[in-house]
Design a protein around this ligand. Structure first.
Ligand code: GRF
Length: 205
């Protein structure tokens, strides 16, 4: 069974969706630790209520990529037995960019959810970018994390129609509903060993 770690910075609703799916035995994985870089993250309370260990690795004052900081994350992961052999690291609203060294360490074992149909609208405020661009459809993407910004191989995507009069909030809300559906699904596929990559293409077995 894989040992799962979830990294958050805030609300933690995707984390909650994954943890609940594990509770319901829809995903066969051991949720060993939730790590937040922000001491007050709301998701920390949710994780605790669900009986999952939480650790804060505070990044206050740190700007940009930091291998030094990421080594603290690796140390926390390894203390909790999330290793480069048995672990899966899910970024769920984790607002830091990981260093290339970190990504190499957990190569093929880091997932992220992004609130747009990648490669469109990477980076921050994707829902606002989608509305301002005038696209008729947006959605969300679960992907492997590589050294780029939201550029890793795509595992699952879900489409959401952009309605006339949508605001960043209203669109975000509908996209989030789909995020909560496809992120647990991707973790389940991973835990079942059903995700294969060929270059940047993902094949679901
Ligand atoms: C989600 O919209 C996710 O796609 C993005 O950050 C947000 C995190 O929300 N990466 P939550 O903390 O999971 O509620």
């Amino acid at each position: 069974m894989i040992n799962l770690a979830i990294l958050i910075s805030g609300r933690g609703s995707n984390m909650e969706a994954i943890l609940r799916a594990i509770k319901k035995k829809k995903i066969l994985a051991k949720p060993v630790v939730v790590i937040s870089n922000k001491p007050g993250a709301k998701g920390l309370e949710i994780a605790q209520k669900l009986g999952v260990k939480t650790v804060v690795v505070d990044s206050t004052g740190l700007k940009g990529i930091s291998w030094e900081y990421d080594q603290k994350i690796i140390a926390t992961l390894e203390e909790n037995n999330v290793t480069s052999r048995n672990g899966l690291v899910c970024l769920a609203g984790f607002m830091r960019i990981m260093s290339p060294q970190f990504i190499l360490h957990y190569k093929g074992r880091i997932l992220n959810i992004h609130p747009a149909i990648l490669p469109a609208f990477p980076g921050l405020h994707s829902q606002r970018q989608a509305i301002e661009y005038g696209v008729k459809y947006s959605g969300c993407t679960v992907h492997f994390v590589d050294e780029g910004m939201d550029t890793g191989p795509i595992i699952l995507q879900a489409i959401v129609k952009v309605k006339d009069g949508d605001t960043e909030e209203s669109l975000s809300k509908r996209i989030l509903k789909q995020e909560h559906r496809i992120y647990p699904k991707a973790v389940r596929l991973y835990a079942q060993g059903r995700i294969k990559t060929k270059g940047r293409k993902v094949i679901l077995l």
